[in-house]
Design a binder for this molecule. Structure first.
Ligand SMILES: Cc1ncc(COP(=O)(O)O)c(C=O)c1O
Length: 390
């Protein structure tokens, strides 16, 4: 048996959808991207949704739209995908890392207050693996200090915080449609916002700074009048092939989330008998999007002193799973320990100890909508029967 870490779900609708732009010839950002944006806005209840080429470019546009530049600081969690910090560097600003809570793997809101300086411009929490960041206290900090909030909701389609979909409480929310996510367009991203001015800026910035999109120009009168370019923009336009795929994927989103949640709950139940592998911890007011099912390997209480030994044990389990044909992965990175950030800012493991522990001890189990219970039981059998060594 071969069980991948995840697998996109494509059916006849996706095949039909991508064929359409090939037939009409409109393959760049156009009617299908617009349709995808409408679906996404409706699903998240966001007033504006703007597609991009990836979540990385969505985050980059968010910072450009907010005027982040040299001399500014942006608060980011120390445990996240490297893109969260990279987009801050791309703007010549400084990412200020804050440690995470080991329970949720999300930024520790209490520590955010202490990281705010007169240079702070934006708080950029991440709703990691499908669990919303602690938005309420973060928004209170932002309000108190006059800061903007950009939520990296790359993994958070289907994640809710109270009655708010991920990304909607922040000034700007950014999503990813990379194949590791619940729905995919190959590469792809989305910016959502309730602020019309920000939406207009993002719309222009993703399209070379044009004052009008190609679609609007071609569909309107005097289509020969070219747009104005008042700002320096980028080419971060999603293709209509991806837009069409996105619409088809949105049609299955509810079913995909249902299946992922059902399977995650089966994992939860089975893992109660495995004391050394802690299932995801979901705060009471949150609904999990289950982009990934990420456990914490903790045969004993982890510390910076014992983490190397525990990590060796975790890796031994991952080797056993791989030999059996089962893919597993660490959660994500302690970004402060990645070469660029470690060297540029002189950071040490103990600066953000929970991020360091999570980096070494997280374990992502396979999860995809079409996973059979037989496949899941195969994974569980190998975990339950695994004997920890030394
Ligand atoms: C937390 C987080 N932020 C940003 C990204 C970047 O997304 P993309 O690959 O769409 O650029 C990812 C992708 O995995 C992510 O997990």
């Amino acid at each position: 048996m071969h069980i991948p870490i995840t697998k996109p779900y494509f059916g006849a609708e996706e095949h039909r959808a991508v064929a359409e732009p090939l037939e009409t010839g409109w393959v760049v950002q156009g009617p299908k991207v617009a349709a995808f944006e409408r679906c996404f806005a409706a699903c998240t209840e966001a007033p504006f949704a703007l597609a991009t080429t990836s979540c990385t470019t969505a985050l980059h546009l968010a910072l450009v739209a907010l005027g982040v530049g040299p001399g500014d600081e942006v608060i980011v969690p120390a445990f996240t995908w490297v893109a969260t910090a990279n987009v801050v560097e791309m703007q010549g600003a400084r990412p200020v890392f804050v440690d995470i809570e080991l329970a949720t793997f999300n930024i520790d809101a209490a520590q955010v207050e202490r990281a705010i300086t007169p240079h702070t411009k934006v708080i950029m929490p991440v709703s990691l693996f499908g669990i919303s960041a602690p938005m309420q206290p973060l928004l209170e900090s932002a309000r108190r200090h006059g800061l903007k909030v950009v939520e990296d909701a790359a993994c958070a389609v289907g994640a809710w915080y109270h009655e708010h979909h991920a990304g909607t409480l922040a000034d700007i929310g950014c999503f990813s449609f990379h194949p590791r996510k619940a729905i995919t367009t190959g590469e792809g991203g989305m910016v959502i916002t309730a602020d019309e001015d920000i939406a207009q800026r993002v719309q222009s910035l993703r399209d070379h700074g044009a004052s009008k999109s190609d679609l609007a120009r071609h569909l309107g009168a005097r289509s020969y009048v070219l747009p104005e370019f008042n700002v320096v923009g980028y080419n971060y336009r999603m293709t209509d092939l991806q837009g069409a795929l996105g619409v088809a994927q949105m049609g299955r989103l509810a079913w995909i989330l249902e299946q992922r949640t059902r399977l995650a709950q089966r994992y939860d139940e089975a893992l109660t008998e495995v004391g050394w592998l802690r299932p995801p911890v979901l705060p009471a007011h949150c609904r999990h999007g289950y982009q990934s099912y990420v456990c914490l390997f903790q045969p004993e209480s982890p510390t910076v002193a014992n983490v190397a030994r525990l990590c060796t044990q975790r890796n031994a389990l991952m080797d056993v799973l791989e030999t059996a044909g089962i893919a597993s992965r660490p959660g994500t990175h302690a970004v402060h320990m990645l070469g660029y950030y470690r060297d540029k800012y002189g950071l040490r493991p103990e600066d953000f100890p929970n991020a360091y522990l999570a980096d070494h001890l997280t374990l992502t189990l396979p999860l995809y909508a079409q996973m059979t219970e037989a496949e899941q039981d195969f994974v569980l059998t190998h975990i339950v029967e695994h004997h920890l060594q030394g």
